[in-house]
Design a protein around this ligand. Structure first.
Ligand code: H2B
Length: 96
């Protein structure tokens, strides 16, 4: 089972996500980012691709959508915090 990132791993991995707009400081148990698109169609098309990656990785986002905005919160429920699975999924979402 994945374990929650310790201080050294957080310091090594999370600032790189921060450069891409992920907030890893407001909530120590999760990383969050709002993705912005020009309309609902584009937002939902992105969510569809993200959903396929989530299924492939068996790791799923908490998210909400309002028109062209998708707010994503990543945490590993089974571990109770941020693990390397969340870092991997965040990078995958940034690459879509
Ligand atoms: C049974 C299944 O593997 C688990 O429920 C997986 C599915 N997706 C998951 N996603 C996330 N974000 N955290 C989990 O702990 C988790 N567990």
């Amino acid at each position: 089972m994945k374990t929650v990132l310790g201080h050294a791993d957080r310091a090594a991995l999370l600032p790189r996500l921060g450069v891409n707009g992920w907030d890893y400081e407001s909530d120590p148990t999760a990383i969050t980012k709002t993705f912005r698109f020009s309309n609902f169609r584009e937002a939902f098309a992105w969510m569809t691709q993200a959903a396929f990656w989530a299924e492939k990785m068996d790791h799923h986002p908490e998210w909400s959508n309002v028109y062209g905005e998708v707010t994503v919160r990543l945490t590993t429920h089974s571990a109770g915090g941020v693990t390397e699975l969340d870092v991997d999924l965040a990078q995958r979402l940034d690459a879509i």
